[in-house]
Design a protein around this ligand. Structure first.
Ligand code: AMP
Ligand code: MG
Length: 406
């Protein structure tokens, strides 16, 4: 017989996935802001709106290599009867043509070069023939009319003064590039959360050490580290703690400077699940157990002012709980899902949200099969989770919500 916990619970139990996320968000510290150089901005969250300091393009410019001219001069141009224009100069990227293009005239132009005064159209180099041996100077023959569509208008992408990026945006590579184009050398960001990771369990051994029967390598910590980094957090790996209340208390007490601690293991129903006991003793439990599978035993509490999220030890459970509860709370971004058609049936559970491992092939999603929460290969092979709401079910061809794990 194991005693699940010493006192009747004074905290919420069996919360929903959504409630678990909300309770975690409430425990996280107010985010400080930090201005960083663009080169360090990738993966961070923007802390304020960003305005364009300049327009892009900064001048109306050519989208092609060719010549700039007046469209009206070229309307009759064809391969049989090319139109001849007189070349009066060139406009290159970074060095505009200073004069004006008049009737019957053209300027050689290159991609990104400002469209000269007087010109309103481009004829691409592929549609030109050289015609330079004439008394009236250098010229070109146009095999088709010049096109006003081959210019990029000043401010056509964004105008100076426009708010282009919004506070809360995750700085993806495309957004970092956009911030650069807006004219910002540095950007205000949320300081990353510092997240400590500690595995627990007498059987948990570091990879590289010899393993005896009954022991297991610490895989959770490494999966979590990757997921934390991918979520833009600063991850700190702590040594694994044994299943002893004293050792665990010692390990918890010696953590300095983290915004939150993620533990793995020790929050289930067993006698040796001491993370659970310590958090209950400490009296700051926000919830224990979530109506989900896998991942049901998860617990949230506090230890001397430090929020502690107790992930279940089962490898699949710990990574799934991280993905669907912890990650959205840490990043402030909603869980990202897509709708796909079921290629196999997916069952639901009466009183739990199920996250079934699944494989995406084309526009369909298929049950991975082995749904045990200790099957480590499954997450790596499957790559996706199908979300089946409480009491739901899907037949082949039904649309289902899917979380991509990679
Ligand atoms: P627990 O939640 O502590 O009862 O652990 C549940 C299962 O997960 C047990 O089979 C543990 O051996 C396994 N486990 C716990 N921690 C880890 C870890 N860090 N890496 C891999 N497996 C683990
Ligand atoms: Mg354990």
């Amino acid at each position: 017989m194991t005693a699940p916990h010493p006192a009747p619970p004074t905290f919420p139990m069996f919360v929903s996935v959504e409630e678990a996320r909300t309770l975690l968000r409430q425990l996280l510290p107010e985010r400080r802001t930090e201005t960083v150089a663009l080169a360090s901005a990738f993966g961070r969250t923007l802390a304020a709106d960003l305005m364009a300091r300049v327009s892009h393009p900064s001048a109306t410019e050519s989208a092609l290599d060719g010549i700039a001219c007046r469209e009206a001069d070229t309307l009759a141009a064809s391969p049989e009867q090319p139109t001849r224009l007189r070349l009066i100069g060139e406009s290159r990227a970074g060095l505009a043509f200073a004069g004006t293009v008049g009737a019957g005239e053209a300027v050689r132009i290159y991609t990104g070069a400002p469209l000269p005064q007087g010109a309103n159209a481009i004829c691409p180099v592929e549609q030109l023939q050289d015609d330079s041996d004439r008394a009236d100077g250098d010229g070109v023959l146009l095999l088709r009319p010049a096109s006003p569509g081959d210019v990029r208008r000043e401010g056509g992408d964004f105008e100076a003064g426009e708010t282009v990026l919004h506070a809360g945006a995750l700085l993806t590579p495309a957004r970092v590039a956009l911030a650069a184009a807006l004219g910002h050398a540095e950007v205000p960001t949320l300081k990353p959360l510092r997240v400590a990771v500690m595995s627990t369990g007498d059987e948990v051994i570091e990879p590289g050490q010899p393993l005896s029967a009954g022991q297991v390598y610490n895989s959770n910590a490494y999966g979590l580290l990757g997921m934390l980094r991918e979520a833009g957090c600063e991850a700190v790996l702590l040594p694994a703690a044994p299943d002893s209340p004293e050792a665990l208390e010692q390990a918890l007490t010696s953590i300095g400077g983290a915004d939150i601690l993620l533990t793995s293991g020790g929050v289930s129903m067993g006698k040796y699940d001491f993370v659970r006991d310590l958090l209950i003793q400490e009296g700051k439990v926000s919830f224990w157990k979530v109506r989900m599978r896998p991942g049901g035993p998860a617990m949230l509490g506090g230890w001397k002012g430090l929020p502690v999220f107790g992930l279940p030890g089962n490898p699949v459970s710990s990574l799934v709980v991280f993905q669907v509860i912890v990650r959205p709370a840490l990043t402030g971004q909603p869980l990202s899902t897509l709708r796909l058609r079921a290629g196999t049936p997916f069952r639901g559970l009466a009183d739990k949200t199920a996250f079934w491992r699944a494989e995406v092939r084309g526009s369909q999603v298929f049950d991975y099969g082995k749904q045990g929460s200790g099957v480590l290969r499954s997450l790596s092979d499957a790559g996706a989770l199908v979300i089946m709401p409480e009491g739901g079910a899907a037949e082949v061809g039904d649309e289902v919500d899917v979380v991509l794990m990679d």
